[in-house]
Design a protein around this ligand. Structure first.
Ligand code: IVH
Length: 672
């Protein structure tokens, strides 16, 4: 017999964990720290391990670990899952609305314009989840609308889906079928694709395919590793609760802990809907997931019912699609651009065309290989695509149209400074080797001043071009010498503007450490690596002196990046610029140490092959928990973690009396 107080503790823990899951995954507003959350979860695991008879399928400990299935079984949706009619342009939207008003009138309840709801159309995979008395019982794909595949185990791996609904302030319906879109954030999708490529697997074509593919994995362990999320946008069958409107129903279910669509707006008429559409279209690239339009729904559920459905689509809703991000246009020319590292990149000059609501007249071509792969000739008609927030790309030549005639070849001299181009033996990108090349200087300054770097407002491309052409500024440090007279010699420069620019330069003298490091434009050091460097090397002086070995100890930093950082700080020219910046008072405040973690004060060395992680994952885990990594055995090392076939480090450690632990022991230590 299990004592009542244990049962009670288990229940309380589950409630608490469910609630904090909801705060964290659905609302993105955690109330407690990760460490506190882990403590609750660990306590629950401990109690459940002691009393396995008390484990229930809705316990938060049950998200993973299910065995793979042979194939999916099917689930019949209690109520049919309909699809949406599409409006491809404003005219089609107007026509739908006319029909709607007419139908609403015909059915005799035309008491004015029906209230509408507009929400984003999320480009993902549709699913339905059934809650019986608040417990997640079955989850399925849309399938053909009548029956779908049972993907319960896979859906249970998605943390924003509660396994048990929260009943803090509202009652829970006996049955609640919710419908939503499983999706993958754009960033996470890119990361996943990088991983796929690295491990020799096919990358996914787009986030929707990645989400749908991950959802239909027979092995839930694979799904667990995929960054899936969900947003609920409607209900199916509901028993034990009545709603008057769609918006009210979503409000209600979000109180139950479900993550519902964001940016929902109640509109009183079609012109409000159109405003909403334009506004969201403008924000399309800022939204972290793909949206391919908006969905407009009649808010009144009673009216929805009366309007009814056609064969596959309801009359009460429509998808108003965003313009395609793919278009065709003509390739007018290929120009060569010189970047801040001297890299020469061909750029396609296109006949201007609107793609996804934005005018496009240039596209990147990466390198000569890409041009050859596409078989491009100047004058060709091409298909171009704007994917997410990236620069437009040429995807293919349209072979059905008249073909271009002129071939393109990379120039042998820099188009800006005329220095002969070099192609290093281990590189694919040709470069201008002249560090005094105006194009490189301009690129460096643009990067330095950019919003993500020093954020010097007003110092745009045109002004930088002039500053360099007039030789007023030849490296970032010289920005801090500029005065009003200098700026007033530039074209179209008024006193007010010049003063504003000087003020923004002045403001940038005390940069955020990571931004300053990023601003230096070290090859292979993006914003994320800059953050790591800033945290790891409290001051610029320490960073300047870092050895390659020390740099490589950070899991994100591989040998190529470490080499690049090291070389940067050992280049005379760069050293002088950094010194001059310091002289002009451009310096960051030393960074204070990260808060302590469970491994704070411990230093680890790894040797041999690990079974459960890659070396870099292990390093990351140590660093995340406050520990340090060393590459060699020394007195500073606390533990040597020995995997299979360890190197001589193991012997060294034993000799020096350093504690040696196995991978299992290491695992236990980090799990604590
Ligand atoms: S409502 C009958 N709302 O788009 C209405 N659907 O192309 C059912 N979708 O099958 C859907 N975002 O999977 C609705 N905010 C949203 C949506 C949305 C994406 C999907 C849904 C539907 C498909 C139709």
């Amino acid at each position: 017999m299990v004592p009542e107080d244990i049962k009670k503790s288990i229940n309380q823990l589950r409630e608490q964990i469910n609630y904090h899951n909801y705060r964290y995954y659905a609302l993105d507003e955690p109330e407690i720290s990760d460490a506190e959350y882990d403590r609750l979860l660990r306590e629950l695991i401990r109690l459940e391990e002691k009393h396995p008879e008390l484990v229930t399928p809705d316990s938060p400990t049950q998200r993973i670990g299910a065995a793979p299935s042979e194939k999916f079984t099917t689930v019949k949706h209690q109520e049919r899952m309909y699809s949406l009619e599409n409006a491809m342009d404003e005219k089609e939207l107007d026509e739908w609305y006319e029909r709607l008003l007419k139908s609403a009138g015909e059915i005799g309840k035309n008491t004015g314009r029906p209230e509408l709801v507009a929400e984003p159309k999320i480009d993902g995979a549709a699913v339905e989840i059934v809650y019986q008395n608040g417990i997640f019982t079955v989850g399925s794909t849309r399938g053909d609308g009548v029956t779908g595949e049972d993907v319960t185990l896979n859906l249970k791996t998605i943390k924003s889906i509660p396994l048990k609904l929260i009943s803090r302030n509202v009652g829970i319906p006996e049955r609640l079928d919710v419908r939503g879109e499983v999706y993958m954030e754009k960033e996470k999708f890119n990361e996943l694709n990088r991983r796929q490529i690295k491990t020799g697997q096919e990358p996914f074509a787009n986030p929707r395919n990645a989400a749908a593919g991950s959802l239909r994995q027979l092995d839930p362990k694979i799904t667990t590793a995929r960054p899936l999320d969900i947003m609920i946008h409607g209900l199916g069958s509901v028993q034990g609760k009545l709603f008057a409107t769609h918006s009210e129903s979503l409000d209600y279910i979000s109180k139950l802990g479900l993550k519902t669509v964001k940016f929902l707006q109640v509109c009183n008429n079609l012109s409000e809907v159109k405003k909403y559409y334009q506004n969201l279209l403008g924000k399309r690239d800022e939204v972290p997931y793909e949206i391919d339009g908006i969905v407009i729904k009649v808010n009144d559920l009673e009216l929805q019912k009366r309007l009814g459905v056609r064969t596959r689509t309801p009359r009460w809703a429509i998808a108003y699609k965003f313009p395609a991000r793919e278009e065709t246009t003509q390739l007018l020319d290929i120009q060569v651009q010189v970047g801040r590292t001297g890299a020469l990149t061909p750029v396609a000059i296109l006949k201007p065309v609107r793609v996804g609501g934005v005018e496009v007249s240039r596209a990147t071509l990466h390198n000569q290989d890409e041009i050859e792969r596409l078989g491009l000739k100047i004058g060709d008609w091409v298909a171009i695509k704007r994917a997410g927030d990236v620069i437009p790309k040429i995807i293919k030549v349209i072979t059905g149209k008249p073909r271009g005639k002129k071939n393109f070849t990379m120039p042998g001299i820099c188009p800006v400074c005329h220095a002969p181009i070099v192609l290093a033996p281990d590189e694919v990108i040709p470069r201008c080797p002249n560090i005094a090349c105006p194009a490189q200087i301009k690129g460096t300054l643009q990067h330095f001043a950019s919003r993500e770097a020093m954020d010097i407002e007003g110092l745009g491309e045109k002004i930088i071009d002039q500053l360099v052409d007039k030789k007023l500024v030849l490296d970032p440090s010289e920005l801090y010498k500029l005065n009003l007279e200098d700026l007033l010699t530039l074209e179209r420069m008024g006193e007010k503007l010049a003063e504003n620019i000087l003020a923004s330069i002045e403001k940038s003298r005390r940069p955020i450490p990571a931004r300053f490091i990023y601003a230096l434009g070290i090859r292979h050091v993006g914003e994320a690596t800059a953050v790591i460097l800033a945290e790891a090397f409290g001051s610029m002086d320490k960073l300047k002196q870092a050895t390659k070995e020390k740099l490589e100890n950070f899991y994100e930093i591989g040998p190529v990046v470490a080499e690049s950082i090291y070389n940067f700080f050992h280049n005379v020219n760069n050293k002088e610029i950094i010194d001059r910046l310091k002289k002009f008072g451009v310096e960051y405040q030393p960074v204070s140490k990260k808060p302590a973690g469970p491994l704070t004060g411990l230093t680890f060395v790894f040797t041999g092959e690990l079974a459960k992680f890659t070396r870099s994952e292990a390093k990351r885990l140590v660093q995340e928990q406050g520990g340090k990594i060393a590459s060699a055995v020394s007195k500073k090392v606390t533990y040597l973690v020995a995997g299979a076939e360890p190197s001589s480090k193991l012997e060294q450690a034993k000799k020096s009396g350093i504690k040696t632990i196995s991978e299992e022991e290491f695992l236990k230590m980090i799990e604590k």
